[in-house]
Design a protein around this ligand. Structure first.
Ligand code: GUN
Ligand code: ZN
Length: 441
């Protein structure tokens, strides 16, 4: 680690959002062609014109010159599974078969000494190399998997939301806890990690299929006792899943009502997938302030279906976007948004580049209720940033020869971009990942 100077500044083309482009149009973003991001003690001190800000810096300030690259707030991934880094690209199955045949097999390995530590290191390396600085993360059923993940994230000072999965049925014996043990283990992890440094806890009942009513009640108790913790789960991803959920909870009016009955549908609830939604379920989400999490690469890979963003927006439902590794196929939030664009195209909906880049920064920060801390370069925010070379590949550099304005350049970035475009990633002003072929500083 480098010795921290009091003030560090990153020079480049700054881009960040102060509002949703869908509501505020051109006024939603700030773009400074020759910009400076001034960082003091890990927080944004100022962001604006380099010419004006350079003269305000003390003599010993360190200026890292990333021109001509783009500098944006670090990307945010609202749903991803740490234990599934070796499940990615498993062939030929839809959700339930995919869980049984591949996912539950790999997740059992986290019971082995050292495996959760190994996967957590790889996972965080990969996220940072992709420009992602915050994620909402599922660990495995083993409490030590969450312990290992938080320990590694805390060491890197990344702002992560994570939780031990709660699952007490319809899974191999080695992957099940009980209502009582999952309550106790989650509670211990909350006491140890929630609010320690930048770490945050998410109460994580996997989904209705793998929890008994007793366990969902235990999760609901945790949620009531820890109202500042997130809740993360899966819903309405796959038709067979929905049929099984309705069979297991016949009293519930619909799938969303299963979670609502146990106090698990609220403004901190991150509802993975939310594809095959009934009107009443959308309404329940809107009333509760629950977040529908759109996972495009996963929804395509597992053949799950097309997320209806326009419908969510019409009803005022908050939407976040996510990779869902290992159902998803890329760690890159840029690649994720390229697939989101295609999913929306299939439904006659649009996704301009500014909206896509808003979604993976301020949009996700707001959906997670963390926009006062991350997601933009407003003064006082935590200085997580990604430096992007929009012409990193031959095909992109070639295509950029013909773009006429920023919106077109950014659309090329969103459509063709991935981790190869990430020159550097900063976590609270400290370099956390750098590309080996970086032309940066
Ligand atoms: N539903 C329950 N568990 C999972 C999971 O691990 N991945 C996906 N895509 N859906 C799920
Ligand atoms: Zn998932």
């Amino acid at each position: 680690m480098t010795a921290t100077t009091a003030i560090r500044a990153l020079r480049g083309r700054l881009l960040w959002f102060t509002a949703d482009p869908h509501d505020a149009g051109e006024r939603a973003h700030r773009f400074v062609e020759d910009g400076l991001l001034v960082i003091e003690s890990g927080l944004v001190k100022a962001a604006g014109e380099a010419k004006a800000l350079l003269s305000t810096l003390p003599a010993d300030a360190e200026v890292v010159d990333h021109r001509p690259h783009l500098i944006m707030p670090g990307f945010i991934d609202a749903h991803i599974h740490m234990p599934q880094t070796q499940v990615v690209a498993s062939y030929g199955a839809q959700l339930i078969e995919w869980l049984n045949k591949y996912t539950f097999v790999e997740e059992q390995k986290l019971g082995q000494q050292g495996h959760a530590e190994k996967l957590s290191r790889f996972f965080l390396d990969e996220l940072l190399a992709s420009g992602t600085t915050t994620a909402a993360v599922y660990c495995s059923v083993h409490p030590q998997s969450a312990e290992a993940f938080f320990t590694e994230s805390d060491r890197r000072n990344t702002r992560m939301i994570a939780g031990k999965v709660m699952m007490d049925r319809n899974a191999p014996e080695a992957l099940t806890d009980t209502a009582e043990s999952s309550y106790r283990d989650s509670k211990d992890l909350i006491a140890r990690w929630h609010g320690r440094g930048r770490q945050l806890y998410a109460i994580t009942p996997r989904f209705a299929l793998t929890s008994t009513p007793e366990q969902l009640a235990a999760a609901g108790r945790l949620a009531a006792e820890h109202q500042d913790c997130h809740i993360q789960t899966h819903i309405n991803e796959n038709r067979a899943e929905i049929a099984f959920a309705r069979e297991l909870y016949p009293q519930a009016a619909d799938y969303a009502d299963i979670y609502a009955r146990y106090g698990l549908l609220g403004s901190k609830s991150l509802m993975g997938h939310s594809i095959h939604m009934l009107h009443n379920e959308w309404r329940a989400f809107a009333e509760a302030g629950a977040v529908a999490v759109f996972c495009p690469t996963s929804n395509l890979f597992l053949g799950s279906g097309l997320f209806d963003w326009a419908h969510a927006r019409t009803l005022g439902v908050k939407v976040a976007v996510a990779t869902d590794i290992g159902g998803g196929t890329s760690y890159s939030m840029l690649r994720t948004m390229a697939e989101a664009y295609k999913v929306l195209q299939l439904q006659g909906q649009s996704l301009p580049a500014f909206a896509a880049l808003h979604a993976i920064t301020l949009g996700n920060a707001a959906a997670l209720g963390l926009d006062h801390l991350i997601g933009s370069f407003e003064p006082g925010r935590e200085a997580d940033a990604v430096v992007l070379d929009t012409g990193a590949t031959r095909a992109m550099a070639h295509r950029l020869e013909t773009v006429r304005d920023l919106a077109e350049e950014l659309f090329v970035l969103v459509t063709l971009g991935d981790e190869r475009n990430v020159v550097a990633t900063y976590v609270m002003g400290e370099l956390a990942s750098a590309s080996s072929f970086s032309g940066g500083a």
